[in-house]
Every structure is written in structure tokens, then in C-alpha cells.
Design a protein around this ligand. Structure first.
Ligand SMILES: *Cc1c(COP(=O)(O)O)cnc(C)c1O
Length: 497
């Protein structure tokens, strides 16, 4: 199968798409076709472990990887040493027709691990297949969770290095500590004086800069990306949509063929796009609910067909979704445009030059058959955390709370009571103070540091504080670099020895 660029042209293999991360035109790689699966194939997943399900899905996309390579990679990535739940992506029932899909059982306690534990293996294999002997220099812009997950994935992986840019004032205390205490001799963590969009725009410019690439090449390094623009981030995420479906069949909750709705807390549109890929492959999916926080650019897009960044940027309690320019939407636009790369190129140019584009009524109508966009205000997040704890005893994080609110609203307004899966993207322990405030009022967290808040959450939830959080208190801070949001400064920060 060939991979094409969303902005036209390019026909590369899966391993080439994964190795380079982004197409030369600035577009994103998409598969030439969506492999089709039958209900029988889906039913066969019910008898498999998570790594086996992953191998089954991956092998449909990664045609130039051997079955043995894929099997070895998924076994290494989804191992009991790395995930604290044997199911890897367990479902937890909240009520008669609602489940949480918990994607935060990996080393960094957020769903980014689902892809970033696997990506280093896929990149290493891709380098070998393509005779790439230079150091693979991974550049990452993070809104909080990708950074640590990438650092953990690539730490001390031979032949690679990993540089992470995070917004200096835009991540939670725990997220920042997780990143700045990272060890490894090939990692670098840099605070950018700006917000996530500044960091992401800067990194995209570095990818597009021939001068920067040349300076990296002089040092024997070649660039790649661990952001969700890399197809290698997307394909591991397709797996858990199938896995959740198989688990619900096993639990006797659905019969094979019955559609499920998913509510997905969305920032860069990577997670939910993987759900759309699963649907296009044949997974019975009813609606995909695109759940945003107050930065609701995607809600407006799904309601009007107009994407516009002329709006205020808000810092919220769900920082991993504080994003105005949602990169992966480009892959959906490519389908909405009937795979016309020229048209996507025009929209992306308009976005760059005037800050908005419109896809038109007809295309919007098509998208809305599957997608529904909605958002949660901060007070809705607080209420959702509180209500879920009250009704079920389960403590959810603010990102998951956004999706919970949106599913609830959707059901009320549409009357669609199909089984619904809320994608739970982070452990509440990553956002202890905000979660504690939501459960017990603002005063409850006053004067407490993140660790003290974690202790209190443990009492409330009965779930032990994860070791990854406890350990942070003792770990030395190894990374203190800062730079401005100017791409030249970011380039110098990467090139400095
Ligand atoms: C990254 C992230 C999201 C958003 O996922 P996208 O793929 O960027 O849409 C939501 N919640 C958490 C906790 C995240 O880390």
C-alpha cells in the first residue's frame, strides 16, 4: 500500500512515511486505501490479547514490515513492565450503556503512551529498512502529555535523540516535573516562552526549513516527528477502538455488528481521527463526538464548516486540549475534499494567510453524519468530575470530564441512547489539584502541593497514587533550558551541544 500526502503527490511506503514524519509538501501522510475488515474478522479479535489485536490491525497498514517485526514490536511496547493493567486499555462500566476506555495505564499516565511506546520500534525498523544510518532526531512540540511520553519512548534508544518543546506557562506542575526530571543521554527538554500553538508552529517551521535540515545533516542527524502528524502515531491508536469493541462483545454488552458511539476529548484531532479510520475500515461506529474545552474551534467547525483561529486562546484545566490549530484535522479534510490534495493545499494556505477557511455546506453535511462537535466550559468540567464520582465512585481527570459532559449533552439533545464509550485519556493524578478542587471545593487544595493533593485523591478514589507520581518528588531536575518562540532561537536550542 502506498501513502500519499494530504497536499497532493508523494507515494511512499509505510516505513518511509513513519521515518520522515511529514511529507515534503508540508502535508501529512495518509494511507492509499483503508483496509477493509469483516464482522467475522472483528469477532476474531475477541479471542486475542491486546498485543495480538495490535499486530492484527498494524499488519493491515504496515505492509513493508514483516509479521515477525510487528509482533516483536507490539510485545515490547505493550508489556506488563510498561503498563500497570494486563488489559492495556481496559473498559470500566459507568452505567447501563456507558463505559470509560482507560488509556492511561502506561508509563506516563496519559493516552500518548499507547502510540509512543510503539513508535520508537517502528522508527528504528524503518531506519533499517531504508538504509538510514544517521541519528534520527525526534522533535516534539507538546501541550503536556506527548512530551513525556515521547521522552520515555525514545530515552536511550540507540540511533535516536529526542528534543521536546513545551509551553513554559501552559502545562500542569506534574506534567512539567515529569518532563524536566527525565534521564537518558539522548533527551532534551526546552521551555518555550509562548503557548502550545507557538511551540507547534515553531517545530513545524523547523521541519519546513531547508537551512535547518542542512545544519542538522552536518551533525549527522536527520529529522523525524513524534507528534501525531506522524502516521506511526496514528495507526497504534486505531487498535484500541477495535479492542474496546471486542471487549464489549466479550462482556455480552453488544452483539457483533451493533454500532457504538465514542466521545473523544480532542486537541490535535489525532485520537478521534484514529476512531474515524477504524470506522472507515468497517468497525460499527455510530457517532464520533468531538469534545473540546473552552478552546472550541472544532465545535464551531463541525457546526458551521468554517475553521477560524480568530479567537481568544484560553488556558484551561485540560491543558492537553488547549489548541487552536488542530493538525490532524487536515487528514479528515483530505477525505472531505474527495482526496483532492490541491483543495487541501488551498485551505491550508488560507488558514496561514487569513486565519480561516470554509469547506462549504455539502462537505459539512457529509462530515456531520458521523461527527458531532460540542464543548465543555470549566464549570461543566467541575460538575462532570463531581457527578461521576458521586454516582460511581470513579475519579476522572479534566480531559475525560470534557468528553463525559459532551456525551451526556449529546444524549439529551439527540435522544440517541446507543452504547457510548468515553475515551479516558489521562490519570486524574496528573491533574491532582484541579481534580481535588472539583471534588471537594476550592479550599480543599489550598496551600497543598501536587503531592499532598495526590494523597488526598487517594483517600477519595481508593486508587493508589501511581509510583510514577510518587517518584517525581525525589527526582533531580535535569532540564532547565528556555528559549523564545522564534523559530531561529528554537533551532539554536536544538543545535546547541
Ligand atoms: C493529547 C491529549 C488529548 C488530545 O488528543 P488529540 O489526539 O491531540 O486530539 C486529550 N487528552 C489528553 C490527556 C491528552 O494527553
Amino acid at each position: 500500500m502506498s501513502y500519499f500526502s494530504t497536499r497532493g503527490g508523494a507515494a511512499v511506503t509505510a516505513s518511509q512515511a513513519i521515518l520522515s514524519g511529514i511529507a515534503p509538501s508540508g502535508g501529512l501522510y495518509v494511507p492509499g486505501i483503508y483496509p477493509q475488515v469483516s464482522l467475522q474478522w472483528i469477532d476474531s479479535l475477541t479471542r486475542m490479547s491486546y498485543p495480538e489485536r495490535a499486530a492484527a490491525v498494524l499488519s493491515l497498514f504496515l505492509e513493508d514490515y514483516t509479521p515477525a517485526e510487528i509482533q516483536e514490536a507490539v510485545n515490547a511496547a505493550y508489556s506488563p513492565e510498561r503498563f500497570d493493567d494486563a488489559q492495556i486499555a481496559p473498559l470500566r462500566k459507568l452505567d447501563g450503556n456507558t463505559w470509560l476506555m482507560e488509556l492511561f495505564h502506561g508509563p506516563t499516565l496519559a493516552f500518548k503512551d499507547m502510540a509512543l511506546q510503539l513508535l520508537p520500534h517502528l522508527i528504528r525498523l524503518a531506519a533499517r529498512k531504508n538504509g538510514e544510518e544517521r541519528e534520527i532526531a525526534i522533535l516534539v512540540a507538546t501541550s503536556g502529555d506527548t512530551g513525556k511520553a515521547a521522552l520515555e519512548g525514545f530515552r536511550d534508544v540507540p540511533g535516536t535523540s529526542c528534543t521536546v518543546f513545551y509551553p513554559a506557562e501552559g502545562v500542569s506542575d506534574i506534567q512539567q516535573l515529569q518532563m524536566t526530571t527525565t534521564g537518558g543521554n539522548n533527551t532534551r527538554v526546552i521551555a518555550v516562552e509562548g503557548n502550545f500553538d507557538d511551540a507547534q508552529t515553531g517545530v513545524k517551521e523547523l521541519f519546513g526549513s531547508l537551512d535547518f535540515r542542512a545544519r542538522m545533516a552536518e551533525k549527522g542527524r536527520v529529522l523525524s516527528s513524534a507528534n501525531s502528524i506522524n502516521f506511526g502515531r496514528l495507526v497504534p491508536q486505531v487498535v484500541y477502538y477495535f479492542s474496546a469493541y471486542a471487549d464489549l462483545i466479550n462482556a455480552g454488552e453488544i452483539v457483533c455488528g451493533e454500532p457504538l458511539n465514542f466521545s473523544v476529548p480532542t486537541g490535535n484531532f489525532g485520537d478521534i481521527l484514529a476512531g474515524e479510520y477504524a470506522r472507515r475500515m468497517g468497525l460499527p461506529v455510530g457517532r464520533l463526538l468531538c469534545a473540546s474545552n473552552r478552546n472550541n474551534v472544532l465545535t464551531d467547525f463541525f457546526n458551521t464548516g468554517i475553521y477560524s483561529v480568530h479567537r481568544l486562546f484560553y488556558k484551561t484545566t485540560s491543558p492537553s486540549m488547549d489548541i487552536l490549530v488542530s493538525s490532524n484535522l487536515e487528514r479528515l479534510l483530505y477525505e472531505a475534499a474527495g482526496r483532492d490534495g490541491e483543495l487541501v493545499r488551498v485551505w491550508m494556505r488560507q488558514l496561514r494567510e487569513v486565519g480561516s477557511y470554509s469547506i462549504g455546506e455539502q462537505r459539512l453535511e457529509e462530515l456531520r453524519k458521523v461527527f458531532a462537535g460540542d464543548y465543555a466550559e470549566e464549570r461543566d468540567v467541575v460538575r462532570a468530575i463531581h457527578a461521576v464520582h458521586e454516582q460511581t465512585g470513579v475519579v476522572i481527570d479534566p480531559h475525560t470530564a470534557v468528553a463525559t459532559h459532551v456525551l451526556h449533552n449529546y444524549r439529551q439533545h439527540s435522544g440517541d441512547a446507543r452504547p457510548g464509550v468515553i475515551v479516558a485519556t489521562a490519570s486524574p493524578y496528573k491533574f491532582c489539584a484541579d481534580v481535588l478542587r472539583a471534588l471537594r471545593g476550592d479550599a480543599a487544595a489550598e496551600g497543598l502541593d501536587a503531592f499532598a493533593c495526590a494523597e488526598k485523591l487517594e483517600q477519595l478514589s481508593g486508587v493508589p497514587v501511581p509510583a510514577q507520581i510518587r517518584e517525581l518528588r525525589e527526582k533531580p531536575v535535569n532540564h532547565r533550558m528556555r528559549c523564545s518562540k522564534k523559530p531561529v532561537d528554537m533551532a539554536d536550542a536544538v543545535l546547541a551541544d
